[in-house]
Design a protein around this ligand. Structure first.
Ligand SMILES: O=C(O)c1ccccc1NCC(=O)[C@H](O)[C@H](O)COP(=O)(O)O
Length: 209
């Protein structure tokens, strides 16, 4: 088994370099101002320029204005859009880019419904629900709510770290895992040791499988 990894919420050049060196498959840049991990267009352009071929540059949005997404796309070479709010399937599909949709899981049946509603996505990201925040909460959720029948690649997020990612992969068998807070020293600043420990755990559990 091989589980892909996306590291989300990077804001510093040195964290991009560490994430790329660790072997991550994708990097997430947050375009959502209330987040402590939010990046400006200029910052994002500079960060993206450090990311080599075959590492996916993902732009994360929460209920954006279409004109904002378009302005980001004109400036930053994004490979993939991630919609982490209450966007409709039609909205997500309007930018002529590949996209994934995040679902904040709080009740049974929600993921099954999202697979139907967002069938045009290239993946479904499942994250913890929180009453106040859209994501990056550092909280996990009840993985037994994740169905085994998955019409789209499933990306597991929410409260992952080197301490639980191996168990998460064994129990959930996701296409990919997504981490932010679990590899940070403080909000928006990644920790090179935590990052490398996280990747080692993913590679260890994938090798033994
Ligand atoms: O990272 C943020 O601050 C954020 C804010 C608003 C919406 C989404 C956000 N992050 C989304 C991600 O893809 C995170 O990686 C995911 O929520 C998991 O975060 P964590 O539980 O901290 O690993």
């Amino acid at each position: 088994m091989s589980t892909r990894v996306k590291i989300c919420g990077l804001t510093r050049p040195e964290d991009i370099d560490a994430a790329v060196a660790s072997g991550t498959d994708a990097i997430g840049l947050v375009f959502y101002e209330p987040s402590p991990r939010s990046v400006s267009l200029a910052q994002a352009k500079a960060l993206a320029s450090r990311i080599p071929a075959f590492v996916t540059v993902t732009g994360l949005f929460v209920n954006p204005e279409p004109s904002f997404v378009e302005s980001v796309l004109r400036t930053v070479p994004l490979d993939l859009l991630q919609f982490h709010g209450d966007e409709t399937p039609e909205f997500c599909d309007a930018f002529h880019r590949r996209w994934i949709k995040a679902v904040r899981v709080r009740e049974p049946g929600q993921i099954e419904q999202a697979f139907k509603d967002y069938h045009a996505a290239v993946g479904l990201l499942v994250d913890a629900w929180d009453p106040k925040r859209y994501g990056g909460t550092g909280q996990s959720f009840n993985w037994s709510l994740i169905p085994s029948d998955r019409p789209l690649p499933l990306i597991l997020a929410g409260g992952l770290s080197s301490a639980n990612v191996a168990r998460a992969i064994e129990e959930v068998r996701p296409w990919a895992v997504d981490v932010s807070g679990g590899v940070e020293q403080s909000k928006g600043k990644k920790d090179a040791t935590k990052l490398s420990d996280f990747m080692k755990e993913v590679h260890r559990v994938c090798k033994t499988d």
